[in-house]
Design a protein around this ligand. Structure first.
Ligand SMILES: [Zn+2]
Length: 460
């Protein structure tokens, strides 16, 4: 009686193993390469070494700033030292917005008592008038609500307090559903006579650190200043306003936009041995907001792209098609680098695919593939990534910097990491090297190396 279940288990085990062998046979040529690549990535820890260097010796690097210029030199030098092919800069004019020397805000509770409020000017905003703005606050959760209130907004600081929806598993989706308040809050506030916009920070972390990000104006609407307030500050404001009594805020900052500055996209490659004219782009953006160190956004994507090429080169893997690492400039407040890259004529060259890493340094889970034919072609290789839990391939993918290549019908893809922590750091002083796990960062670089190498060998 006891031997029969055992036999059954044994039998089913044999059947299962045979099935597994059959299933993975297709990916077999890359299985041992993938393991070597992961071993080298974890063992050398080069991605983390590079990211620490970028974060501490260059720091945050907003487009047009001296630090951004330093970052361009840093990336070029790094790729030259590693002996990549065709390392060069492609110049691009970028916006030059500056935060100014200070920013401060207070809230006056209904009794008139003053408390500090942690705010930061949004990227692209005008400054407040000299001496700041002091006005009553009107809280709304949506533009619809604001426009219903209409006249009531006149002369007020409009406080947009709709949080990122914490019930959504995908934090990028939650961000996407809340970020209209940051982008268009100033325009919508001004339309109804508001004097400024104050936006609850786009973050998943409850702390007192405000998160900046891009906002825009509309030439037909008066420009009013816009800032983000920390989560603790936003909740304090909401609590004070809940009393129904008037609550005033004072805010003051001297942000301004200066003339455009020349900067550059930085790139280097491993030249293809058989079809060098066919190019797979891997990349991230070199610029960051002027907060923290731009570690997760997007120093991580830059060093992973460099490290992917280094891993292949170190292991003596020669791709049949060219793999090019591109550090794009100005993703955060203009996308000028991404646009310039796509617009540049590259005679005789064929773009096979573009893969972006711009969702943080966390444990890779797989790839997004924004082209159904490419998805069908790549899906059978997913098992190669299974041993380090990065085998989730999904239809739909891309990234801001590579998005202008869509016009040329280049299949766009992205490295997908685990997404629960990214918005803890995003666009804030929290985004430092301390928020990066060196093993997760290395695994992301390895995933990018394996994925781009498979495309380089197999084509699409
Ligand atoms: Zn980014």
């Amino acid at each position: 009686m006891r031997s029969r279940p055992f036999l059954l288990i044994l039998l089913s085990h044999i059947i299962l193993s045979t099935a597994l062998v059959a299933q993975t046979q297709g990916s077999e040529p890359y299985d041992s390469l993938a393991r070597q690549i992961v071993k080298e990535a974890l063992g050398s820890n080069k991605a983390y070494e590079m990211l620490s260097d970028l974060c501490t010796n260059v720091g945050h690097r907003l487009s047009g700033s001296p630090a951004a210029a330093k970052a361009v030199q840093w990336a070029e030098k790094k790729m030259q030292e590693l002996g990549f092919d065709n390392v060069h800069l492609e110049p691009v004019m970028v916006p030059h917005w500056v935060r100014g020397p200070f920013e401060r805000a207070y809230v006056f509770d209904p009794s008139g008592k003053r408390e500090n409020l942690a705010i930061t000017a949004l990227g692209g905003t005008i400054g407040t008038p000299k001496g700041g703005i002091t006005a009553e606050v009107l809280e709304v959760k949506s533009f619809e609500e604001l426009h219903k209130l209409g006249e009531k907004a006149k002369g007020k600081i409009v406080f947009f307090s709709r949080p990122m929806d914490r019930t959504l598993v995908n934090t990028f989706e939650a961000y996407g559903r809340a970020v209209d308040q940051r982008g268009a809050g100033a325009v919508e506030a001004a339309k109804v006579g508001g004097v400024a916009a104050l936006v609850r920070s786009m973050t998943t972390r409850r702390d007192n650190v405000p998160h900046t990000g891009a906002m825009h104006y509309d030439d037909s609407v008066e420009k009013v200043p816009a800032a983000a307030v920390s989560i603790i500050g936003a909740e304090r404001l909401s609590a004070l306003l809940a009393s129904g009594k008037p609550v005033r805020v004072h805010m003051e900052f001297s942000a301004q936009t200066l003339p455009d500055v020349e900067s550059a996209n930085v790139m280097g490659e491993l030249r293809g041995t058989e079809k060098p004219e066919e190019v797979i782009v891997i990349g991230g953006h070199l610029d960051s907001w002027d907060k923290g160190q731009g570690a997760n956004d997007d120093g991580a994507g830059c060093v992973q792209s460099i490290e992917a090429l280094r891993l292949l080169k170190t292991l003596g893997l020669k791709p049949k098609r060219t793999i090019r690492a591109v550090m794009f400039m100005n993703e955060e407040n203009g996308l000028r680098g991404g646009i310039a890259y796509a617009e540049k004529k590259r005679p005789g060259e064929k773009a096979v695919a573009a893969i972006e890493s711009d969702m943080g340094s966390f444990q890779p889970v797989g790839f997004g593939i924004g082209d159904s034919a490419a998805y069908e072609k790549l899906l059978p290789w997913a098992p190669v990534f299974r041993f380090f839990n990065a085998d989730h391939f999904q239809l739909g993918g891309g990234g801001a910097d590579i998005s202008p290549l869509a016009q040329q019908r280049v299949p766009l893809m992205d490295l997908i990491p685990e997404v629960q922590r990214y918005f803890d750091y995003h666009h804030s002083d929290n985004d430092t090297i301390e928020g990066v796990n060196e093993r997760e960062l290395a695994l992301g670089a390895a995933a990018l190396a394996i994925f781009s190498y498979i495309i380089a060998q197999e084509g699409l």
